[in-house]
Design a protein around this ligand. Structure first.
Ligand SMILES: *[C@@H]1O[C@H](CO)[C@@H](O)[C@H](O)[C@H]1NC(C)=O
Ligand SMILES: *[C@@H]1O[C@H](CO)[C@@H](O)[C@H](O)[C@H]1NC(C)=O
Ligand SMILES: *[C@@H]1O[C@H](CO)[C@@H](O)[C@H](O)[C@H]1NC(C)=O
Length: 178
């Protein structure tokens, strides 16, 4: 009996505690930020930053690459030149998940290393059809200055070498954070 009483008062405390707490971000001011950078996906040469770790599945449509997964540590720069100011790196992986056309599942952390966002990260998870002119992908969270981040990224191919797959992609990222 005593233990049941203890349990119910504990439960009451737990419930009243969780309902009484205001949302963590309620006192913080909402900010909206726009980030613009270029993403360099380099598969060829000695300085490759994207490494396929699986081959397309046997029998996959030749233009789909279905089954291929690449691990990336791609540079994010201010300008379209790979040697322009480094803003951060896109670390993660993409997987060819379309059977009929190239359609990538992108899961990557945009880890910023310069300016006020140095040390802050945005996490992106989305669908990328790289041969389409504009792709939209959700930003699902973040750390540091990007805590509670939500938003979207628009990706446009700036340059693509169809033989090697090397590409420079322009990113516009819009996020709400606190
Ligand atoms: C590869 O990286 C090294 C070291 O950063 C650099 O010296 C070299 O020029 C790069 N090679 C190419 C082909 O970009
Ligand atoms: C970047 O610089 C390296 C070394 O200076 C050079 O080899 C490479 O061609 C440059 N890359 C671009 C895209 O200009
Ligand atoms: C970014 O932060 C790291 C760790 O605090 C620091 O070592 C580095 O110098 C900073 N980079 C820039 C460009 O501010």
């Amino acid at each position: 009996m005593a233990s049941r009483l203890l349990l119910s008062s504990l439960l009451f405390l737990l419930i009243s505690h969780t309902t009484a707490s205001p949302p963590l971000h309620s006192k913080l001011k909402e900010k909206q930020s726009h980030l613009h950078f270029f993403f360099h996906d380099i598969l060829s040469g000695r300085n490759a930053t994207a490494v396929p770790v699986t081959k397309p599945a046997a029998g996959a449509h030749p233009n789909s690459g279905f089954g291929m997964i690449a691990i990336i540590d791609d540079l994010l720069t201010e300008g379209p030149d790979r040697n322009s100011t480094l803003l951060g790196r896109a670390q993660g992986l993409y997987a060819a998940t379309g059977q009929e056309e190239v359609s990538l599942l992108m899961t990557m952390n945009l880890a910023f290393t310069s300016g006020k966002y140095n040390g802050s990260v945005l996490s992106l998870l989305g669908r990328n059809q790289p041969l389409h002119p504009v792709r939209e992908m959700p930003i699902v969270g973040g750390t540091g200055l990007f805590r509670f981040a939500r938003g979207y990224a628009l990706a446009r191919t700036h340059w693509l070498d169809l033989t090697t797959g090397d590409a420079t992609v322009e990113y516009d990222v819009h996020v709400i954070h606190y």
